[in-house]
Ligand binder design. Structure first.
Ligand code: BG6
Length: 527
């Protein structure tokens, strides 16, 4: 690997590595391999290499990390899947997602030259032994080498594959880490079964459960905002905050993913993991240190203070086509040909109100809201403050809101009241705005997967889900999910491209979120 390339941030590769090491030191890590073995061989194995996740996310991420010299210098990549493929065919499959610039062609070839591919069954120990033989070839003659296995696989093969890794593929010359993505089961019982299975094979330090929202810039920013600014701490409680809303909206339907989606639904797909993870970072107490276990201990504590949800706490919806819409918007969820069950009652929209029963938050509704085929793409946290007590302005002040915009267009803005500039003594709503696109014009914000995969190389579990967090998350949602499924409750219909089921607005009002409609934040770059 040449060291002449520059990182995207225009600093030398050596400085990149130095920065990463510095950041790792500051993360105060002493857990297994809690450091970056920059010069040691690493073998990265993508299981399910021919699948969708691998070609759309994992290979592109590995390429970007390699391109920017962020990986240990001697990293090699192995793809494993059932299909018989050559490296060239794999490269073709991935190509459109790799975003290669013309000037990067040479580097791109170097990346693929470090790749190998093996066809094998997921339930065959023999095939995994053969994979191991290939890995050993690379490790021959070196004193140390680490192995990483990324399970880009359907959950139906998680169990056999992990057994075979354990029996046939564990590294003998360094650490072995397993990266796994949702679905981690589909309810409390199935998730516990998977957790027990993994725990029987690997230690918690070896398992990296990805929730890719934990790799997003503004989600990672939550702790810094809360715990390094005096201004927020004293007001971050039930005395000052009326409600907290955590929103995920997508302007497209399930098209093509109906097979997976129909058995899971939006609550399992987005709410129980991504939104609940954000909630725990917004609501947790300050951890003793920034050590991954101190942080996750606090996250678990918050989750333990939330009771199981019931149907009264939620609104669920399913999108239907908009006859006046264009293209995809004409079609509803049930028109998606990958949704086989044409009577499906799987929700594509959900709004849930959670109460955290502790001294800080008792009585403050935490509203989680997510949906597909809505009017816009947006993920944000909206903290709405209470009305000003003893108002002297005849009801004119609107509530303050602190908005942490996760995507698109990372931003932080605080809605507040201000005297209308000029002669008048009137007032108006305005904002203090920190839009990253304007303030940090040249900053390159890495993709969530880039951060997270690099964290695995480094041994930092700060942004990964621990098994007890997962258990608590399933505890909160399982009774509701079972209830919805058993009673086959029909979700409210909402039109493709709309704001969701109309009754959601009323529900929000009932839960102390006031939408005045008198003000709209316009991102500065759009002015
Ligand atoms: C995934 C869900 O976890 O997150 C998808 O399975 C969803 O349904 C996706 O579209 C959203 O991720 P992002 O990063 O595009 O917001």
């Amino acid at each position: 690997m040449t060291s002449k390339q520059e990182c995207n941030s225009n600093i030398s590769p050596e400085s990149c590595l130095a920065l990463i090491r510095k950041s790792l030191k500051s993360k105060n890590m002493d857990s297994e391999g809690g450091h970056f073995d920059g010069n040691m061989p690493h073998l990265f194995v993508v299981l399910g290499a021919s699948g969708d996740l691998a070609k759309k996310k994992i290979y592109p991420t590995l390429w970007w990390l390699f391109r920017d010299n962020l990986l240990p210098t001697e990293t090699v990549f192995y793809g494993y899947a059932r299909s018989k493929l050559t490296i060239d065919e794999l490269k073709q499959q991935c190509h459109q997602y790799m975003k290669v610039k013309p000037e990067e062609e040479e580097r791109y070839e170097q990346f693929w030259n470090l790749n190998q591919y093996f066809a094998g069954q997921y339930d065959s120990r023999k095939d995994f032994e053969m994979l191991n033989q290939e890995l050993l070839v690379h490790e021959r003659g070196v004193p140390k080498a680490n192995r990483l296995f990324y399970l880009a696989l359907p959950p139906s093969v998680f169990e056999p594959v992990t057994v075979h890794i354990k029996n046939a593929c564990m590294g003998q010359k360094g650490w072995t880490r397993i990266i796994i993505e949702k679905p981690f089961g589909r309810d409390a019982a199935t998730s516990a079964k998977l957790s027990d299975h993994l725990a029987s094979l690997f230690s918690e330090e070896q398992i990296y459960r990805i929730d890719h929202y934990l790799g997003k810039e503004m989600v990672q920013n939550l702790m810094t905002l809360r715990f390094s600014n005096r201004i927020f701490g004293p007001t971050w409680n039930r005395d000052n905050i009326a409600s907290v809303q955590i929103t995920f909206k997508e302007p497209f339907g399930t098209h093509g993913r109906g097979g997976y989606f129909d058995t899971f639904g939006i609550i399992r797909d987005v709410m129980q993991n991504h939104l609940l993870q954000i909630l725990s970072l917004v609501a947790m107490e300050k951890p003793a240190t920034v050590h991954p276990d101190d942080i996750r201990n606090e996250k678990v504590k918050v989750l333990r203070s939330i009771r199981e949800l019931t149907q009264d706490d939620v609104i669920i919806g399913q999108y239907v086509g908009d006859p006046e819409g264009t293209g995809e918007a004409k079609y509803g969820y049930l028109d998606d040909e990958t949704v086989v069950n044409k009577d499906s009652v799987t929700p594509t929209y959900a709004l849930a109100v959670l109460n955290i029963n502790n001294e800080r938050w008792d009585g403050v509704p935490f509203i989680l809201r997510c949906g597909k085929a809505l009017n816009e793409r947006k993920a944000e946290v909206r903290i709405q403050y209470r009305d000003v007590p003893g108002d002297i302005f005849e009801g004119k002040p609107k509530r303050n809101e602190l908005v942490i915009r996760v995507q698109p267009g990372e931003a932080l803005y605080l809605k507040l009241m201000c005297k209308t500039p000029g002669m008048t003594f009137d007032m108006e709503e305005t904002e203090l705005d920190l839009t990253y696109g304007s303030r940090y014009k040249d900053a390159k914000l890495p993709d969530a997967y880039e951060r997270l995969i690099l964290d695995v190389f480094c041994g930092s579990q700060m942004h990964f889900v621990r098994s007890d967090e997962l258990r608590e998350a399933w505890r909160i949602f399982t009774p509701l999910l079972h209830d919805i499924e058993e009673s086959k409750i029909k979700p409210t219909q909402y039109k493709y491209g709309s704001r969701g089921p109309p009754e959601a607005d009323q529900f929000l009002r009932e839960h102390n979120y006031i939408y005045s409609g008198s003000y709209k934040w316009i991102q500065p770059s759009h002015l």
